[in-house]
Design a binder for this molecule. Structure first.
Ligand SMILES: *Cc1c(COP(=O)(O)O)cnc(C)c1O
Length: 367
């Protein structure tokens, strides 16, 4: 069986360092806040070239904390792509604001900035581009439109640790950005974790307060009614070990993607992922597109090759958001692509013979 991702294989490549980091945390028995969290926060903000990093419980919370710190809530609208993990929209809903969907670009699969601009109303306060599958959204256009209309840009970087757009790391272009350290992300913990990134010191302080019961450094001084959303010390210590390998792992993902592109490009009917020289794609997923998806699935399953669909339904058509009464024609690209996409295994530990088998099977694809 070839899995979609092999976290145990990854652990085995860094076992000693991870085990030592965990043991050190246990020896200190300072499980909440403390040195390990502060060390990871400064290492990650330095890696990104950003002023502040605030660890939190997960990537969904990171978005919600940013929205709350920006005072976005009831009566406001926030534009999100129709095709993304549901967390992007959920965070908006849970802040009290209303998510408004924009269709995706059929080539990059990221938010369509023309549709984004059409969705702006007097109530719009922010837009959340998602760097989907590890490919950066069209940030120059998004920043330009947002500036023109006075909107905040919040980058959802949950799938794009280390990705770059025009030489800049994603997560450093908007007012703030969210990261997830869910185990299967490009930088993943051994459980849940997340972070908020920003260059704005006031916003950083507001996020820190909200995430820690309204407190800053002084205990029992509650500046506001906050909540509890923290990154655990053990997770932070593991993330500090893994961060050192992130660029290498992303590089291997890119090499695997190049191999896939080379070996699959001659097979008619398979559309391979878009990339360009302006952007550094970090291939959180390798997503191919084909009309006869069931045939591709059958070929993969014949050799026990794992696959997935990210995502089977665009958000406007999920039960959760059906109250908005959207029709397929409102989001034609998102509606079409969800019937054609399939994600195949991509992770740094994928072996060359496994990659060869996957390509051999997909080379048999006929439309
Ligand atoms: C994973 C993910 C999130 C949420 O992250 P969690 O840590 O699981 O809460 C948000 N947005 C996108 C696009 C994601 O892929």
């Amino acid at each position: 069986m070839i899995p979609l991702i092999d976290l145990f294989a990854q652990y085995n490549t860094i076992k000693t360092d991870v085990d030592n980091a965990i043991s050190k945390c246990i020896a200190e028995s300072n499980f909440i806040k403390g040195k390990a969290v502060a060390e990871f926060e400064s290492a990650f903000s330095e890696y990104l070239g950003s002023g502040f990093c605030i660890g939190c419980a997960n990537g969904t919370d990171a978005l919600e904390l940013i929205l709350k710190a920006l005072n976005i809530g009831a009566g406001d609208e926030v534009i999100v792509p129709a095709l993304t993990w549901i967390a992007t929209a959920e965070a908006v809903s849970n802040s009290g604001a209303e998510p408004v969907f924009a269709d995706i670009d059929p080539v990059t699969y990221c938010i369509d900035y023309d549709d984004l601009e059409k969705k702006i109303t007097r109530k719009t306060k922010a837009v959340i581009p998602v760097h989907l599958y590890g490919f950066p959204a069209e940030m120059d256009e998004i920043m330009k439109i947002s500036k023109k209309h006075g909107l905040h840009v919040i980058e959802d970087c949950a799938q794009a640790h280390g990705a770059e757009y025009s030489g800049r790391k994603v997560g450093t272009m908007g007012i703030a950005s969210s990261f997830s350290f869910f185990p299967s992300k490009n930088l993943g913990a051994f459980g849940d974790g997340g972070a908020v990134i920003t260059d704005n010191s006031g916003l950083a302080e507001a996020v820190r307060k909200i995430a820690n019961h309204g407190q800053l450094t002084e205990r029992h001084r509650h500046f506001l009614i906050g909540r509890n959303s923290r990154l655990d010390a053990i997770q932070a210590a593991i993330l500090s070990v893994k961060l050192k390998h992130l660029d290498d792992w992303n590089f291997i993902r890119q090499n695997i993607a190049s191999q896939y592109n080379l070996r699959l490009k001659a097979t008619p009917g398979l559309t391979l992922p878009y990339s360009d020289t302006k952007s550094k794609h970090v291939f959180h997923q390798f997503v191919i597109r084909c009309r006869n998806r069931n045939k591709a699935i059958e070929l993969l399953e014949n050799k026990q090759i794992s696959w997935s669909i990210h995502y089977p339904a665009a958000l406007p058509f999920t039960d959760a958001y059906k109250y908005k009464n959207h029709r397929e024609m409102d989001y034609p690209e998102s509606a079409r692509i969800t019937g054609e996409i399939i994600s195949i295994p991509i992770y740094p530990e994928l072996r060359s013979e496994q990659l060869a088998l996957i390509c051999d099977q997909l080379n048999r694809y006929v439309q």
